[in-house]
Design a protein around this ligand. Sequence first.
Ligand code: 13P
Length: 333
Amino acid sequence: MVDLMGEAQRLLAHGKGILAADESNTTADKRLALYGIATGEEMRRQYRNLFLTAPGVEKYISGVILYEETLTQKANDGTPFAELLQKKGIIPGIKVDQGLEPFPEGGDETITKGLLGLPERLMAFKTTYNTGFTKWRAAIKIDGTRLPTNQAIHENAKRLASYACEAQRAGMVPLVEPEVLLEGAHSRLRCREVLVDTISTLMSALEDQAADMSGVILKTSMVLSGSTSGRMDTPEEVAQDTVGVLLETVPKTLAGIVFLSGGQTTEQATANLAAIEKEAKAQNSPWPLTFSYARALQDEALTIWAGKEENVPAAQAAFIARLQKEADALGAA
Ligand code: 13P
């Protein structure tokens, strides 16, 4: 029997975070192109190699969420990526949802697919690569009071909970991620309201399906004004609302909570994390909290790397410097 609670707590070790490196091949190519870097399988391998082999990364990172392709690839020295992480004491994780499709009930909402054949895929990842945790992402869109619909929130929560139970049956910790999207003109208050609905619906679905809450990690957005609202929230505002939502919706028994960066700038994501940690401490919040960023951890390093071998050491140093700032935000020594 796998000790899911113990594995979740290893992922949530104080001062460390979880690197999201699970962009699909299409998203990874788009990301590379954004920095003027060539695309394709070999460039995606070099992209992963840059982050996963950064000297000292294990001081700051407890786990890495990978995309299937990366599990089949090797680092520059020929070590398979999953093995390389395990040697460093970092837990390899795998994104197991199969992306978004239009939600049939509505207009422009999405539902996450991937439940079909999931037990078999989970077993294959576990036995072939010894992955310790998994992720499933749903996307919740805000548009005034029109979106999200209750149906989309409920159906996404139900699928997240089904996935979580399957992952636990396969002996892996589920990271449940109902991302409330930053895109839109909505207010911070509206985002707060949607997050309360989204997270409380998900927690009920997990309890209904009898998930072991002590072995589930919630990956959530912060409470933020929409990206086109013209408003820039202060870290204190974000922290107060975000911790408030979590205290209202998340049972004490949940293993812990990690945050996505969701399109915030790197500096914003770090400052907001620091304020959230401070507020959570002041409120005696019961769970470990940490970061699980992709973009906010990668941006500086990708800018420096630009796809050139000679820039790798400087890019890796920038990545480690950013991780040190996140560790400082978490109040780690
Ligand atoms: P961002 O930090 O770039 O939002 O990515 C985190 C993630 O895992 C999104 O699914």
